[in-house]
Design a protein around this ligand. Structure first.
Ligand SMILES: *Cc1c(COP(=O)(O)O)cnc(C)c1O
Length: 434
């Protein structure tokens, strides 16, 4: 059978990400043939509602006509040209747009989130070096933070399962107490917990600022930690503390950017302007790999010099790829013309009322932030995550619980009846897996 054949060929030749490959002896791969809207179709014709936006990248559904057309047009014009010494319309137009949206006027491109983290860390360090403060070489991040898995990014990531094995290879960084309100004490409000964590941040920074280059943070939601959400006051305090002690603030909006938290960028909710923003994932609507680091005039100016070595010499072959930039421009055009954020508010409100169906289950910390919904299941089973994932697939739903956290992060094009389907299938699957 051709289906079985494809699965065997994949297992023979493809090393799949974030996977213990031996588990595929018991849990077969799903061979996907095509996508349409929120749906993925396998080669046998089964369909799955993509409730995780294919690892948080898809914004406006699969086979989106506007993004597809933009890429096709660009394909007929220019597929790629090196960006050192050359430039092109899509990369300029995208940089101008992102500058206008974030207030950060200088865009440096790569192709994936981890590389954006690397670039922001290198730029921050190099800024201080160019400014005569070469002792500022260290970075801090939050407990349970996730900033990607290349060695530099893993150095500021704090997820044991990804990090511990490689510990001997990693640069040292310190982790600040996470304001994730699941960690608050009983009776403590999210806000006072966030303020308490910010005090601990301030204490650390006040002691170590002379050696600190930057604090990197996921604004509002620590997604890979299991959608850990926190009060925005933390972000505001972090900005003030970093300002006071001359430490850069790097906002990693790779997952939360482009509308996931209800605003285009999560930082907008606190009027915080970071020194660097890292963007990727949704930037192309989930079509092509692209990431970008945006920064201030001040940072840019510190590199602008007659000395070549003071320049930021980081290079990446596909920097500013025109096809990816055209997909990003089409994605931003959809935000501009289709009232996306407002429509999302209505969808999130609908989803919130429908979540009542889950409240009779043994769950806790039911939480919402824009188009992200999550709850933690009180299950004794050590295989909850795996069993829930497998049960959901049988019910026509793609969810990937993180430990005991079940979450929904669907494409924004999801309809009310598709939300009903998603929640219904999830409810059945959670009940089976508990
Ligand atoms: C996914 C993610 C990254 C890494 O992006 P990749 O493209 O997978 O390298 C970094 N930071 C955050 C917050 C992420 O969610």
């Amino acid at each position: 059978m051709s289906n079985q054949n494809l699965l065997n060929r994949s297992l023979q030749s493809v090393w799949h990400p974030c996977t213990q490959m031996k588990q595929h002896e018991a849990y077969p791969l799903i061979p996907i043939q095509r996508g349409e809207g929120v749906w993925l179709y396998d080669v046998a014709g089964n369909q799955y509602l993509d409730a995780v936006s294919s690892w948080w990248v898809n914004l406006f559904g699969h086979n989106n006509p506007r993004i597809k057309d933009a890429i096709k047009q660009q394909l007929d014009t220019l597929e790629h040209v090196m960006l050192a010494g050359f430039t092109h319309e899509p990369v300029v137009a995208l940089s101008e747009k992102l500058a206008q949206l974030t207030g950060l006027g200088h865009a440096f491109y790569a192709s994936d989130g981890a590389s954006a983290t690397e670039i922001a860390l290198k730029m921050s360090f190099h800024y201080w070096r160019n400014s005569g403060k070469s002792n500022k070489t260290k970075f801090i991040s939050l407990q349970n933070s996730y900033h990607g898995e290349t060695l530099g990014a893993l150095g500021v990531t704090d997820v044991a399962i990804f990090k511990d094995t490689y510990a001997p290879l990693l640069m040292q960084s310190a982790q600040m107490p996470s304001p994730d309100f699941r960690l608050a004490e009983a009776g403590e409000s999210a806000e006072s917990f966030a303020l308490r964590c910010a005090e601990q941040l301030e204490h650390y920074v006040s002691q170590h600022h002379h050696e600190l280059a930057a604090f990197i943070i996921e604004p509002l939601v620590q997604c890979a930690a299991g959608m850990g959400m926190y009060h925005p006051v933390y972000l505001r305090r972090a900005r003030e503390i970093c300002q006071q002690y001359q430490v850069h603030l790097i906002a990693d909006e790779i997952a939360v950017g482009f509308g996931r938290t209800g605003t285009l960028f999560a930082c907008e909710q606190t009027n915080v302007r970071p020194d660097f923003i890292c963007l990727s994932k949704g930037i192309t609507g989930g079509y092509l790999p692209l990431s970008v680091v945006l920064t201030t005039d001040e940072v840019y100016a510190a590199f602008y010099d007659d000395s070549v070595a003071k320049g930021f010499l980081h290079s990446h072959s596909y920097t500013g790829n025109p096809l990816a930039c055209s997909a990003a421009l089409a994605t931003l055009a959809i935000f501009e013309t289709e009232n996306v954020l407002e429509k999302n508010r209505a969808k999130a409100a609908y989803l919130t009322t429908k979540m009542q169906a889950f409240t009779h289950l043994p769950i806790e910390h039911l939480r919402y932030q824009g188009m992200i919904t999550a709850f933690d299941v009180k299950s004794e089973s050590v295989h909850f995550s795996r069993d829930c994932y497998a049960a959901a697939l049988k019910n026509g739903l793609l969810i990937r619980p993180i430990g005991n956290t079940v979450y929904f992060m669907p494409p924004y094009t999801i309809s009310e009846s598709e939300i009903d389907f998603m929640l219904d299938a999830a409810l059945k699957s959670v009940q089976l897996a508990i």
